[in-house]
Design a protein around this ligand. Structure first.
Ligand code: NAD
Length: 498
């Protein structure tokens, strides 16, 4: 495939990847994939069903012994080659991701693609550094612990960052010696298929990665319940996370859940206000707010709220919406029509509870937006306890709340069952550390927001799920401990009777 090929979609594989072959689904049906900018059909991908999952899992099982036996540096070498291939293919991947999701192309080029390559590179480097340990136990015994791969890992990912999430799940899974069956969202399968092509090109062996494009209630459900899948790694909504836990009970497979969030982002009176405003806009409006870690609750000290809102509203109204493929576009459409309506419905919910809409709140008008799933960047001022202050909207929709004291700020921040990301804007280092400790969240950002890196653990607490992606934590998630005892003293009788 040529670089920056405008016809990239025409040449993309749209079948299932099973055992190194691109194949039609057993049922022979397809799923139409739409461009959220203009509603046009951009591809028909094969629709997998439970029978295809069974074939994919069987292929992954067959590939597992050889893949796990490969030296770590050899697995790593293939992942490093994949990272290079992703960088070489950056223009194509960015275009596919932008067409499929509505992400502005400039974000795809500057964030999604480089972060995907970086993640595979990080875990490529990790593949030969998965060390066990020697445990001090009773005299006369050597006890060592090895980290072993689990076997076949099922990966189920959502539509908001489809490309990046392929690397977050497959990077550590493959580095650790597992084989994978991955299901992208039925709404956004294209970049995962391109990653599949690149994996074959760089020589990742047949069956090590299998891609099944299909719906959640069929394909996702079968992966979650499959008796030969040893672990399921899921990113998506809390409601689906619960179903996955239930489905996993049959063989008691390991489950890792990255679920929803309602990120508190607190601006204290002593904050650097311009930095806080720019950072808070990124926190909520990047990727049209379709981010689990979005700073969707802006919690502002009442002494600075007027100043903050005046500038924040002005910045929000200046955000350039448009064609995601236009490099000037700062915000594209939401990823689906259904989701656009869901976000707009929350504006009505907010108004019904007496909230004040300070910016946005509508689908934008004009020919450029007529066919797209757009929602204006929206700021709503509400009270703690309102639905828009507690429920995840998952769109370009921020709820502003105010506080008088630090105790009140903490109480508001923790007034949620979710616990994923949180932001603090303050110059007071003592307060920053105190809040970082007390906030109910898996990740805290101080004077920044939404920083992620493959070396740093990512995940949540409470209704935001359990388990961690990235870093050494991820290697623990994708391996299991085996404890080996050796009797090293001939005088110790190994028998029942001494
Ligand atoms: P979703 O739960 O509807 O779907 C996620 C994936 O699960 C899709 O591939 C879907 O097909 C599949 N699925 C649906 N029903 C299933 C079932 N019964 N069994 C197995 N799989 C099933 O979520 P979504 O709407 O695609 O994504 C948005 C949600 O994801 C938001 O709640 C968001 O916060 C969350 N999210 C979390 C993180 C995180 O890292 N914590 C990151 C991104 C998104």
């Amino acid at each position: 495939m040529a670089l920056d090929d405008p016809h990239v979609i025409d040449r993309l594989q749209t079948k299932l990847l099973i055992d190194g072959q691109w194949v039609d689904g057993v049922a022979g049906t397809t799923i139409a994939v739409e461009n959220p900018y203009d509603g046009s059909k951009i591809a028909d991908v094969a629709e997998a069903t439970a029978a295809d999952v069974d074939l994919a899992v069987a292929a992954a099982q067959r590939a597992f012994p050889a893949w796990r036996a490969l030296a770590g540096h050899e697995r790593g070498r293939l992942l490093l080659k994949l990272a290079d291939a992703i960088e070489a293919d950056a223009a194509n991947l960015a275009r596919l991701e932008s067409l499929d999701t509505g992400h502005p192309i400039r974000d795809c080029l500057s964030l999604d693609v480089p972060r995907t390559a970086l993640c595979f590179r990080y875990f490529g480097g990790m593949a030969d550094k998965i060390e066990g340990s020697v445990i001090p136990v009773d005299a006369g015994f050597l006890n060592y612990v090895e980290r072993e791969p689990i076997g076949v890992v099922g990966a189920i990912v959502p539509w908001n960052f489809p490309l990046m999430f392929t690397s977050w799940k497959m990077g550590p899974a493959l580095a650790a010696g597992n084989t994978v069956v991955i299901k992208p969202s039925e709404i956004t399968p294209l970049s995962t298929l391109r990653i599949g092509e690149l994996m074959l090109e760089v020589g990742i062996p047949a069956g090590v990665v299998n891609i099944v494009t299909g719906y959640g209630h069929t394909v996702g459900q079968r992966i979650a319940e499959h008796p030969q899948v040893g672990k399921v790694a899921f990113t998506g909504s809390t409601a689906t996370g619960r179903k996955i836990v239930e489905a996993s009970a049959g063989n008691l497979k390991k489950v890792q859940l990255e679920l929803g969030g309602k990120g508190p982002n607190i601006i204290f009176a002593d904050a650097n206000i311009p930095a806080a405003i720019g950072g808070s806009a990124f926190a909520i409006f990047h990727n049209q707010g379709q981010a689990c870690i979005a700073g969707s609750r802006l919690i502002v000290h009442e002494s600075v709220v007027d100043q903050v809102l005046e500038q924040f509203v002005a910045l929000t109204k200046s955000i350039k919406l448009g064609d995601p493929l236009d490099p000037e576009t700062e915000m594209g459409p939401l990823t689906s029509r259904l989701h656009q309506q869901r976000v707009l419905d929350y504006v009505a919910v907010a108004k019904a509870q007496g909230a004040q809409v300070l910016a946005g709140g509508e689908a934008p008008e004009g020919a450029a937006f007529a066919k797209g799933c757009f929602v204006e960047p929206t700021i709503v001022r509400a009270k703690p306890g309102d639905r828009v202050a507690t429920e995840e909207v998952f769109g370009p929709f921020v709820t502003v709340l105010t506080f008088k004291t630090d105790e009140e700020a903490l109480a508001i921040a923790n007034e949620t069952d979710y616990g994923l990301g949180a932001g603090l804007w303050t110059q007071d280092i003592t307060r920053a550390h105190r809040f970082a400790k007390q906030i109910h969240a898996g990740m805290v950002w101080v004077n920044c927001y939404k920083r992620v890196h493959p070396a740093s653990p990512f995940g949540g607490v409470g209704m935001s799920g359990y388990g961690r992606e990235m870093g050494f934590e991820a290697m623990r998630e994708y391996t299991q401990a085996k404890s080996v005892w050796i009797n090293v003293d001939a005088k110790i009788p190994p028998f029942y009777r001494r």
